[in-house]
Design a protein around this ligand. Structure first.
Ligand SMILES: *Cc1c(COP(=O)(O)O)cnc(C)c1O
Length: 445
């Protein structure tokens, strides 16, 4: 299931999970440890103490949507969240195909019939929204919950819903979550605009076109526990709730916290938390607590077999622009991954790589499809320290059973590249096969 996700059998390996020895892969690949994912889900769910949404936008942060979504449902997620409508429609198709039931209007969400929230549905003119086959009609047919920040969005959805109900009087109204801006100034209604939105939502609910399920917002500085920002967000959220209730609405699902809020601001957990990065085994902010300190295990291991190992004389320039020079006679290795696969160019002469239990790094610039790594001095007559076909691990979990202990984490790559762990895993290119290990993929064990 899932576009770029290859089943274990197409990238077969007879080696044990976590093995990074020669021959464990014939192409570059991202190994996705579904057991680590399930473990992280349990850690976060236990901390949250309330129902949780698995945030699986952007192909599950680069990990592969289908297996991640199904593992999270098995681990107890009752909601799945994505940003774009196309992602949500794709997710619903996959869940339908996997036999996962849709929610019925009467039951609350549960892992057996999860709700899907999509927060970036397009804004259309009402007549376009109402047309058969319009994106919003498709959203409603897919039983999505949709976020609404403005009266224009509401009008479009209400029009789509009214047109649908005209054809099928039994159809329920659009399930919406009113989004308020509690201090991030991204999506959501600000204080001045919320009363009109609430009144319009109430009117649309009265005629059955929508049902206001949720009230929600997003924290902008949850990783700065002492800044006071989250308390301000919460105060604005409470004020918004009063406005909405005064308009006669009773949103049952109030949600504000992503991983950072869930971990570091208990008061923000409300009725539902939306967990993203923590599921994938990365900390929202290692300056507050590292993934290891949080008990989270990195889910993705990016590895590739060396395509060439060679001895290069001292003083040779390496890669485009010759920005790195061999300081001595040198052993160099070639990895078939480049910026087209998501390696940041900022990793030039820095990105950490583990080969055969030793830590080394990228030398010279990152090319589109390849990078060169240093394998050490070639003094004396010793043989090559590695061979073509040996596995180079770019990032993963150094503490996983069987892992190369020299493995760097995606977080270390982020630090070297001046970015955040989120970006390192999410930008992994579509052409890197995702190969799943663990729950439901026992054939790889
Ligand atoms: C991405 C996202 C999340 C998940 O955030 P994490 O920090 O990855 O847990 C939650 N809510 C919204 C609205 C998001 O866009």
């Amino acid at each position: 299931m899932g576009g770029v996700t290859r089943s274990a059998s197409t990238a077969a390996s007879s080696r044990p999970a976590g093995s990074a020895g020669p021959g464990s892969a014939t192409t570059s690949r991202a190994v996705i440890d579904l057991d680590a994912l399930a473990h992280n889900a349990r850690v976060l769910a236990d901390a949250a103490g309330v129902p949780w949404m698995a945030v699986v936008k952007a192909d599950a942060y680069g990990h592969g949507l289908g297996p991640v979504a199904r593992t999270c449902l098995r681990a107890g997620a009752s909601w799945l969240g994505v940003a774009q409508l196309a992602e949500a429609l794709h997710l619903r198709e996959m869940l339908d195909a996997a036999g996962v039931a849709r929610p019925s209007p009467d039951d609350g969400p549960a892992p057996e019939h999860p709700r899907l929230l999509c927060w970036l549905a397009p804004v259309l003119a009402p007549e376009r929204a109402a047309a058969p086959g319009s994106p919003l009609r498709r959203a409603l047919n897919a039983d999505l919950d949709l976020s609404v920040s403005t009266t224009d969005q509401l009008a479009a959805l209400a029009a789509a819903s009214a047109a649908r109900r005209a054809e099928d009087p039994g159809a329920a109204g659009a399930r919406i979550h009113l989004k308020v801006d509690t201090g991030m100034s991204r999506a959501g209604a600000v204080e001045a605009d919320l009363p009109a939105l609430a009144v319009a939502a109430r009117a649309a609910q009265e005629v059955g076109d929508v049902e206001v399920i949720g009230l929600w917002s997003h924290l902008s500085r949850a990783d700065e526990p002492d800044s006071g920002s989250t308390e301000e967000h919460l105060a604005r959220f409470r004020a918004a709730e009063t406005v909405v209730r005064n308009a006669g609405l009773t949103p049952r699902v109030r949600h504000l916290a992503a991983t950072g809020g869930l971990l570091w601001h208990p008061a923000s957990r409300l009725d539902l938390v939306r967990a993203g990065i923590g599921l994938y085994g990365l900390s929202p902010d290692p300056a507050v607590a590292t993934a290891a300190e949080l008990g989270l295990r990195p889910v993705m291991r990016l590895e590739a077999p060396l395509t060439q190992v060679k001895r290069v004389p001292a003083g040779r320039a390496v890669s485009y622009g010759g920005t790195w020079m061999t300081p001595t006679d040198r052993w160099l290795g070639l990895i078939p991954l480049g910026y087209a696969d998501g390696l940041p160019r900022a990793a030039a002469s820095a990105g950490p790589v583990a080969v055969g239990g030793r830590r080394t790094h990228v030398v010279g610039k990152v090319c589109m499809d390849q990078v060169v790594i240093d394998l050490g001095p070639a003094d004396g007559s010793d043989g090559a320290p590695a061979a073509a076909g040996d596995i180079a691990v770019l990032w993963g979990d150094p503490t996983a059973p069987g892992a190369d202990p020299a493995t760097a984490t995606a977080q270390e790559w982020a630090e070297v590249c001046g970015t955040i762990g989120y970006e390192i895993v999410t930008r992994l290119g579509a052409r890197v096969p995702r190969v799943c290990l663990g729950a439901g993929h026992e054939e790889e064990r």
